[in-house]
Structure formats: C-alpha cells, structure tokens
Design a protein around this ligand. Structure first.
Ligand code: MGD
Ligand code: MGD
Ligand code: SF4
Ligand code: MO
Length: 884
C-alpha cells in the first residue's frame, strides 16, 4: 500500500515522550513507526506506542457539543458555559468555580486554562491530575533546589554506574527508557541496578539487587543511607560546605530514625545483608542516579520521601554532573508542560509562585490584568471534597476521568452527580465522568491536535496533527479561549493558533527573567508559524545563553534559592496514614499493567493490547491466598472502609506477603465492579496534597459465585446486573467474562435472552453438572459462543477467538465449540505475551523446552516474540529463567 503522508509527532502516552512517524495509508489506516531521529527513543516504540494506529477510530467518539443531554451548536455550548459560570461567580465569588486539568493536555491548552482561571476569573482553583502523579516530587525539588527542576537527561541513565530505581515499574510504565537502560547495562555489565519495590516486578529483571521493602517504609531506607554515608566517610564535605544548607539537621533526623543497618532492616522488613549491600553500592559508586516514581510520590509523606532521596545526592555532591542525580520520572506525556505553565493550584505560571508578590506583579503586568489571584486554590482531592460539600459549585474537567482516578472515587462520583455545573471536555462519549456532565465539549484527540509536550528530561517536542478534525471536535485551548472571550476577556485571549499560544508562553518565561528562573524558553518566543511547525525536540532552558537547549542543570552548583545553596531537609519518616488491623489485614497496592493506559478510553480500542491481561486481577502471594482460601483463577472480593471490588485472583510469588496488587485501569465501562480507586483512602501529603494511592488497608474473601462463564459475541451485550462481568475487545468480537451470585435456573434461556434468540443455535447442556455451552450462527458465520459452568475453570478463549476470523466453520470446529477443546490444527497459545505478533505463553514455553531456545534473541529468531517493540522481553527473560 502506498503511503499518502508521513508526519513526525510524539506518542501521547507516557512521559518518555517518544517520537512517532505516523503515516496515513491510502485506505485510511494509520501506520505507526518509531522516529529514528527523536532523541528520546531513536526509533523504538513500546507495545502501546506501536498500537497507536489501532486507536484512532471514531466509534464512540464525542463529536458534537451537548448541553443537558441535547446536541447543540458550538456557539450555544460556549454561551451556556460562560453564562452559567458567570452566574455562579456573580453569586458566590470566583472561588466557587474550578478547573480540573490533566497532564495529557498540550502545553498550549494548559497555558490558556491557567491564564483564564488565575489571571482573569481571579481564583487559584485550577488543579490537575498531576496532583495524583508527581506533586510530591515537585514539592521536594522546590524545597531542596529552590525550583521544580529535573536536573538530569536520559543519557545520564545510560552512563551511570549505579541506578537506584525506587517505586517505579519502568519495564511496564516507561518501557522505551527501560530498554535504553537494559541496552546500556548489556554493553557495560559493571553497571549496577537496585530496585526498591514491595513487588518483584518486571523491572527487577534488570536488578542486581531487589529490595522488597515494607510498603511505605522508603524514608527509613534513604535516611539510613545518609547515616551510613556519614559513618563511612563517603560525604562530599566541600560540596556540602559550599553548596548545601541544612546538613546537620538532616543528618540528625537520619540518625534518629535509622541509626544502623539492623534498625533500617527492621523498619523496612528487609534482610540486613541486602540493606548493607545497597548502602555499600551507593557509597562506593560516584556515578549514581536515583530514579523514582509513584511508589515514592503517592504517599501521605511523599514529599519527605523524595527529600530523603535528594538528601543523599546533595550530601555526596551527586547532582549536576554526568551520570548522577535525583531523577523523578514523570508519568504523563505532558506532566512537565503542566508544571511549566503553572497548572497546579499553588503555582502561578512559568515557574513562578502565587505566594510571591513580585511574581504576581510581574505576571499581572505581562497578562495586563488586575484580577490575578492572590491566593493558591484547592488541590485536587480537596477540590472534589469542596464540590461534594457545595462550597465549589462548578467544575470544568478537561482530559481526565476523575470518577475513576481520584481516591474515594464513589464520593467523587456523588459530588459530580450533585454539583450545580459539570463541564467535561473529552474525546469519548461515554466515560464514567462524561456520564454526569451538564455540558460535554468534544475535543480533538491525538493525531488531530497540534501543539507541544515536555517529557521527563525537559525535552519539548511537537505533537502534530495528521488526521482531519472529526465531526465538530475542536482543540482544548480553543474552547477555553472562546469561553474567556464570552466572559469579557477577548483581548487577552485573542489566540489564532497553538503557535500563538506557545509564543506567549515562551515570552512570559523570559519576561524580566534575568537568570532568576531556570524555566526560560525565551529563545522560542519569536518563532514564526513555520518555525513552530518545524520545531525540533529541545531541552529547556532554551535562551540566549543556551539557544540549542540544555541537557543538564546545576552544573555550576548554583541552586535557585536566595543564597544559591541547595537545602537538605530533616526527614522524620512516617508510615502510611491508615494501618492494617484485624478487620482490614492486607495492604492494597495499586498501579499499572504493561499494555493499558489509565482508564482505558484509548488503549481498549486495540485488541492486541487487551490480550496481555484481559481482566482486573487481584495479585496475591500464594501464602496469603492459602490463608484466605483463594484459588488461582477464581474470583475475589476486596473491601476497604471506602469501597468494594471484584477481580480475578492471580497467585504470584512476586507479590509481597501481606500485600495485594490491583491495576488501576478498569472502570464501569469495562467491568461490573472494578474501579479500584473506590477502595483507596483520600488521605494526602500535607505539603504536596498528593494522595496515598499505594497503601490502603483492605480485607479479602473468595467471591462465591454460583456460576461462571464467558461469551464471545460479534455484538456488544448488556449484562444488566450480573455480579461480575468484564468486557474485552477482540479482533472481530467482544469478549465477556462472567459470574453470578445466584444460580441460573435455565442457562439456555438466560443465554438466549442475552444474545437474542434469532439465528441458528448449537447447544449442549448438562444440568446436573451445571454446564451449558452454546454457539449461535448466522448462516455459516459464527455470531457468538457462550460457556457456562459451576466452576471458573472454563475452556481457553484464545483458540475460540480465532474461529471468529473464519468465514465458515467445518464440522470438527463446530463440534469443538461444544466439546470445549480445540479441533486439531488450532493450538491453544495460552496467555498472550507478545502483543505485537500475538505469541502466547504456551507457544513460547514449548519453544524453550522443545526447541531448546536459551536466549531472548533465539526466541525472537524462532517465534518472532519480542522482536518488534520489546515490551515483553522482561517476561521472556522470566520464562527462560523459570524453564531452563
Ligand atoms: N503501561 C502503562 N504505562 C504508564 C501508564 C499507564 O497507565 N500504563 N501511566 C503513566 C503514568 S501517568 C504514570 S504516573 C507512570 C507511573 O509509573 P510507575 O510509578 O512506575 O507505576 P505504578 O505501577 O503506579 O507504581 C510503581 C511501583 O511502585 C510500587 N510501590 C508500591 N508501594 C511502594 C512503596 O511503599 N515503596 C516503593 N519503593 N515502591 C512501592 C508498586 O509496587 C509499583 O510497582 O506510568 C506511566 N506509564
Ligand atoms: N488508585 C490509584 N489511582 C490513581 C493512580 C494510581 O497509581 N493508583 N495513579 C494516578 C495517576 S499518576 C494518574 S496520572 C491518573 C490518571 O487518571 P486519568 O487522568 O483520570 O485517566 P485517563 O484515562 O488518562 O483520562 C484521560 C481522559 O481524557 C480523555 N482524553 C484523551 N485525550 C484527550 C484530549 O486531547 N482532550 C481532552 N479534552 N480529553 C482527552 C480520555 O478519553 C479520558 O477520558 O490516575 C491517578 N489515579
Ligand atoms: S515508552 Fe511507549 S508509551 Fe511511552 S512514549 Fe514511548 S512509545 Fe509511548
Ligand atoms: Mo501519572
């Protein structure tokens, strides 16, 4: 097929920020490749990035503005938004309204929203899902360095001699970066990797040492490290003297909490020898990087934990030098852009602070406003609490799905049901949040929108449109600017393009800067439209002194504080706010899986991404599973003080005894009862406001289903009040996993009602055994299959799925539908491992055992698995270790 056009753009998922080449083929399909020229990925893409072409379809897209359930024109929708907001503001003041944004907006969207709320509505009530993501890292950087500045580059990760990965599952969450690190370690086997995570994740595949810490105990460990470095005379005294304040207090606090290796080992529930090994490695390795993410940030003491890490780098002078530094890795594609424009409620714009009168004066003059907010606004969790209590009356939600992602999610749902005005800009018609909206505004999606994002290493890249705007969808920045104009601020929001917005943002960063703020991209402020179109990826600062950008910061050891010194913080470690007890004896840990993105609105469109982990799992150590009598593959019910969930039990030795892990992705669009955030407590860090999403006490019990089943159907189904259902997209069908609490008196009848009685049916029923199997045909074409049983051990779905790609089925295949066993020639592949080439676990196991494959490369040569995006390589390696 000839290519129509190829566009250079950026992946819309994680903070690695990979460059993508998107080509629209003549038949309209989209082909995706990694951009070999993009410095973040140099041509690589992970499974999610590779599958982007499958996610650009328009079914289910929100394509027209809707007000109170009725499709309306843009004019009417925008008038409604501005009128309703103004009425509420007139009656209750500016703080009665709020915006809730997202690290998936482009910098231009973010800038305009921040300008409207803080500059012209005059409230600080604008916050973002980044509050849930890395606000603790931001608060800690600001405390220690005087500014929210990530000092390192990805290249530093490759040249480091020691990489301490704390609370990050980079193998699944930042896969291309993880691949870069793996490659570097392969080339330099002396490079050491330590992984600190209660779970043994795929990331541990690279670890020379894995520390399965007690959940929430990391600050004891890093305090212990600081103390050890002092005891073993491994501190950089000159650096401390010249460039650091607060050393003595920080050390004293470290001594108090973490006096010795045995004390640390006890606090973190680790073997003493492992703690000693970690300390020894850090002490002896000058080029060391700490790479940290949600296992550290998402905590009621997340800021302190980040500072405990920063302390170790400041005390050893390991910052601002090649291959060294504290590297907080960001999650979303534009989490960093949001920080740069001041998207958090306690920031102003361009790295300035609301609390600082001279910053307020500067921004007021630049924006030509006399309405600038003088006080910070509500942080995400409190914002939704205020919405629930009625203190905030209206919220405009853009590019985030708070009914799924905020803690105590049922309370959030209730707040949205009750509030006076909910405006939602999204790309999807039906999400758990859009359901409650009074006004729905259709946004441009990836592939259609245009602007900039900043990745984890401060690199600004262009996202470029390569698809036409569908329906009436418009850019997020455009709709905000249109509302601003209608609210009477036309002059300040007279933007005609993303380039216009970017130039203003860049100009503000340089306005009266005089080297006072390190976020300075003033060299980009005078770009023409065509220069903006061609902008190459560049790391900020980009200014007169560094017109080509800056790879590493603090090379002169001058920090952004009044006296130029960095600050060590005295950290008094605190364990999670809620403790386990007899009633709630397990710690619920929540996080990500390899092939889904957040609330699945986009990744669920790609069948190959669903294959890796089709259901919400409850991962539990076999010992705990035995205690609570939970069989592998059965269903379990989790309960906390805040909510309830049903998921599929997965016995895993990687799980820490005493903890269970549940992924964050499932929601009411894809499952009956699997919004994990309903269980999670909304307690937050007092400094950053980041919620404790990783440690909630829960209880567990077997979910006693009277029947189990699954259906594959070409048509989507309505499962009504079935206790357990999960919806998964297949290539040519929908797959539903099912279970019910009360017995099905007549399974055949129930299945016929569910699937519609028309068509030709084959079925088999063994009432005594509670077994029912059916297949429905339209002519020769298979329309649906249903399997019901008392037990959860049902036939494999993989080979059945393949029957949906046939035009007709032969007799043996028809019979296999009822026998539940594959007809010959249809191998059962087992769990999908390689999403790109559809290679299953059993095929790979067979290859390893029968064909004596001994390396990932050999598996690739023989079976293709792992040869495209490489996201499954850690799993291939685990299988090799297990079977060899
Ligand atoms: N596939 C995929 N990739 C993604 C995303 C996605 O949805 N899917 N989302 C992106 C986003 S927005 C983000 S923020 C990042 C998140 O990236 P990560 O932070 O790597 O992801 P998580 O799975 O949330 O959590 C990381 C790890 O923290 C561990 N952890 C839990 N408690 C503790 C603790 O007390 N101490 C320590 N040391 N570790 C602990 C968990 O076991 C988990 O393995 O991923 C980004 N990348
Ligand atoms: N328990 C628990 N909860 C968590 C976490 C955890 O680890 N554990 N992690 C937290 C973290 S780090 C994060 S980042 C959040 C993520 O959580 P969310 O931000 O709520 O998740 P998404 O699914 O990314 O939501 C994005 C929404 O924006 C829509 N969208 C996509 N593109 C666009 C666009 O261009 N414009 C507009 N207007 N809309 C668009 C999508 O359809 C979707 O509805 O979850 C947080 N919640
Ligand atoms: S690592 Fe994967 S999800 Fe992240 S930006 Fe690169 S391709 Fe996208
Ligand atoms: Mo995130």
């Amino acid at each position: 097929m000839t290519l129509a056009t190829t566009t250079r753009t950026t992946c819309p998922y994680c903070g690695v920020g990979c460059g993508v080449l998107a080509s629209t083929l003549e038949d309209g399909t989209v082909e995706i490749q990694g951009d070999p020229l993009h410095p973040a990925n140099l041509g690589r893409l992970c499974s999610k990035g590779s599958a982007l072409g499958e996610t650009v379809g328009l079914d289910g897209r929100l394509l027209h503005p809707v007000v109170d359930g009725k499709q309306v024109s843009w004019d009417e929708a925008l008038d409604t938004v501005s009128e309703r907001l103004q009425t509420i503001i007139q009656e209750h003041g500016p703080d009665s309204v709020a915006f809730y944004l997202s690290g998936q907006l482009l910098t231009e969207d973010y800038y305009v929203a921040n300008k409207l709320m803080k500059g012209f509505i005059g409230s600080g009530n604008i916050d973002t899902n980044s509050r849930l993501c890395m606000s603790s890292a931001v608060a800690a950087y600001k405390r220690a360095l005087g500014s929210d500045t990530v000092p390192c580059s990805y290249e530093d990760l490759e040249i480091a001699d020691l990489l301490v990965i704390a609370g990050s599952n980079a193998a699944w969450c930042h896969p291309v970066l993880f691949q870069r690190i793996s490659k570097a370690k392969e080339l330099r086997p002396d490079m050491k990797v330590v992984v600190i995570d209660p779970r043994r994740t795929a990331t541990c595949d690279l670890a020379d040492l894995h520390l399965p810490v007690k959940p929430g105990s990391d600050a004891y460990l890093f305090n212990g490290l600081l103390n050890y470095l002092k005891q073993h005379d491994k501190l950089d005294w000159r650096f401390i003297e010249q460039h650091v304040d607060g050393f003595a207090d920080a050390l004293q606090a470290a001594k108090t909490s973490s006096a010795s290796i045995p004390a640390v080992a006890a606090a973190c529930e680790l073997p003493e020898s492992d703690v000693a090994e970690f300390f020894r490695l850090f002490a002896q390795t000058e080029r060391s990087i700490s790479f940290y993410s949600q296992g550290i940030n998402q905590s009621s003491s997340g800021t302190d934990k980040c500072n405990a890490i920063l302390n170790c780098h400041l005390a050893t002078g390991r910052i601002g030098k090649p291959g060294m530094g504290p590297f907080s890795i960001t999650g979303q594609p534009n989490a960093m852009g949001g920080r740069e424009v001041g998207g958090l409620s306690n920031m102003l714009a361009a790295h300035m602070d609301i609390d600082n009168p001279s910053h307020r004066d500067l921004v007021s003059r630049f924006w030509k406003t006399d309405r600038l907010t003088t006080t910070p606004g509500r942080k995400a969790v409190d914002m939704f609490k205020d919405l629930g209590s009625g203190k905030i009356k209206a919220v405009w939600v853009l590019a985030t799905n708070p009914v799924v992602s905020l803690p105590e999610a049922d309370a959030v749902k209730k707040a949205l049901e009750q509030c006076e005005l909910l405006i939602v800009s999204d790309i999807e018609q039906q999400t758990d949040t859009t359901r409650h909206a009074h006004v729905l505004l259709p946004a441009l999606a990836w592939g259609e929108k245009s602007g900039t994002v900043t990745n984890s290493e401060r690199r600004i890249s262009r996202q470029r449109a390569f698809l036409p705007a569908p329906g009436e969808a418009r850019a997020d920045w455009w709709m905000i600017a249109e509302v601003a104009k209608r609210m009477g601020f036309a002059e300040a929001f007279d933007f005609n393009s993303a380039a216009d917005v970017f130039r203003e943002h860049a100009a503000l960063s340089g306005f009266e800067n005089n080297n006072l703020r390190d976020f300075d991209i003033s060299a980009l402020a005078t770009m023409s439209d065509s220069q903006f179109e061609q902008l190459k990826p560049v790391q900020w600062p980009v200014n007169e002194a560094a017109p080509k950008g800056t790879a590493r910061l603090f090379t002169e050891h001058q920090f952004n504080t009044a006296n130029g010194k960095a600050k060590m913080i005295a950290v008094d470690p605190r364990l999670p706010a809620n403790h386990c007890d007899i009633e709630y004896p397990l710690v619920l840990n929540t996080g990500r899986i390899r092939d889904q993105w957040h609330t699945m609105t986009r990744t669920s469109r790609a069948p190959r991404l669903a294959a890796h982990m089709p259901e919400p799992v409850v991962e539990i150590h076999p010992m705990d599973a035995a205690t609570w009598q939970l069989k592998d593959g059965a269903l379990a019910e989790l309960t906390s003080r805040w909510g309830r969930l049903i998921g599929r039990v997965n016995h895993s030795n990687s799980q820490r005894p005493g903890s269970v892990f549940v992924p964050i992705h499932w929601n009411s669009q894809f499952a009956a009862l699997a919004r994990v955030a309903t269980l999670v407590n909304a307690v937050t860090d007092p400094l950053s406001g980041q919620p404790e999403l990783k440690q909630t006490p829960v209880s567990i019990r077997a979910f006693n289903a009277e029947w189990h089943g699954f259906v594959l159907s070409r048509q989507p189904l309505d499962l009504g009040d079935t206790a357990y259902w999960v919806k998964v997209r297949g290539e040519q069908f929908w797959r539903y996993e099912l279970a019910g609490e009360s017995a099905l008196p007549e399974a055949s009848e129930w299945v016929r009602v569910l699937l519609g009685p028309e068509g030709d049916w084959l079925d088999f029923s063994d009432q005594k055994a509670g077994r029912y199997r059916a297949a429905k045909f339209s002519g020769d074409s298979l329309q649906a299959v249903a399997f019901i049983a008392r037990d959860f051990q049902l036939p494999q779905r993989q080979w059945l799925s393949e029957l949906f790609s046939r035009e007709t089925l032969n007799q043996a295949e028809r019979m296999s539908l009822l026998s539940g066993r594959p007809a010959s020639g249809l191998p059962d592949q087992g769990k999908m491992i390689c999403a790109c080439f559809g290679v299953g676990e059993k095929t790979i196991e067979q290859g390893i055992c029968e064909r004596r494959l001994t390396s990932v490369d050999q598996i690739g040569d023989a079976l293709k698995a792992g040869t495209n995006c490489g996201s499954c390589i850690p799993e291939l390696q685990q299988m090799l270790r297990r079977l060899q």
